[in-house]
Design a protein around this ligand. Structure first.
Ligand SMILES: [Zn+2]
Length: 113
């Protein structure tokens, strides 16, 4: 599962940033092409013990947008994206490319007070 691998990388980065301190919250940005419940499930499974065990996941969504020559301009859904920088236009059904955007970004690791 593509999403799980990304969450695992994110958790590794957060653990490295925490440097052994307990963490209260992890703030991320995620593309709405990723299902949020999968991110949350993955985060919980991967942080069962260790410094992130009691960390809250604060997830801020952002849209991945496509401008298609057919006139479609808008946010892509999970099912529209078929690979990095590649999507099927939800309007005309043609394969289009767009600048690849990191779908998951670590914004902040907030240590426990
Ligand atoms: Zn189109």
């Amino acid at each position: 599962m593509h999403e799980f691998g990304m969450v695992a990388q994110l958790v590794d980065a957060a653990v490295a940033t925490a440097a052994g301190r307990p963490v209260a919250a992890v703030r991320i940005r995620y593309a709405t092409t990723l299902p949020e419940d999968v991110l949350r499930q993955g985060f919980e499974m991967l942080t069962g013990d260790g410094p992130l065990a009691s960390a809250v996941l604060e997830a801020e969504p952002f849209d991945v947008r496509l401008a298609c020559p057919c006139g479609f301009k808008g946010a892509l859904e999970h099912d529209d994206v078929i690979g990095p920088g590649q999507a099927v236009c939800p309007s005309c059904g043609e394969l289009r490319s767009f600048p690849p955007t990191p779908e998951l970004e670590l914004v902040e690791v907030r240590p426990s007070p």
